[in-house]
Design a protein around this ligand. Structure first.
Ligand code: FES
Length: 157
């Protein structure tokens, strides 16, 4: 192996260190590591939770659910688990567990396919009825019945 001079040694090692740093920085923002997806949280004051009974989402206070294809997550210690709510059609919503049964990364709603997909690199997919469509998740996700009542969405717990 040939010898390299001091300048070449520094240049090669700096380049390697810089690439390693760039890779780690890129991955640290990845949902696989953070477990957090891109779904916005339901704004504070936009729902009322009756533990063990129901969640009432005040649709006028949830702009992300105003359009078909919109979705929000609801994370609150009063819930049995965090939820993701998607507006599937004008008057129809789907509500499932927020966390993927594989390793707990958040699910996101895919409006074009009308399905939920894990934000991790595993990309497990679930139908609106919670059934698994693909990916490494070991099972379906739990679904929650929801109905529109006046200007509210009522989710049964
Ligand atoms: S955590 Fe969802 S596929 Fe792995």
């Amino acid at each position: 192996m040939g010898q390299i001079n001091r300048r070449e040694f520094i240049a090669r090692n700096f380049e390697g260190a810089a690439m390693a740093g760039a890779c780690l920085c890129g991955l640290s923002g990845c949902a696989t590591f953070t477990k957090v997806g891109a779904t916005p949280a339901l704004p504070a004051g936009a729902c009322a939770i009756e533990p063990g009974r129901k969640v009432t989402v005040f649709l006028k206070k949830a702009p992300a659910l105003a359009s078909v294809g919109g979705s929000v997550k609801i994370v609150d210690p009063a819930l049995p688990e965090p939820l993701i709510v998607a507006r599937v059609d004008r008057g129809r919503f789907a509500v499932v567990s927020l966390h993927c049964p594989h390793r707990g990364v958040e699910l996101e709603y895919q409006a074009a396919q009308k399905q939920f997909r894990c934000a991790s690199l595993g990309h497990s997919k679930f139908a609106l009825d919670g059934s698994k469509l693909g990916g490494p998740a070991p099972r379906a996700v739990k679904t929650y019945a929801a109905s529109v009542q006046a200007d509210n969405l009522v989710i049964r717990l």
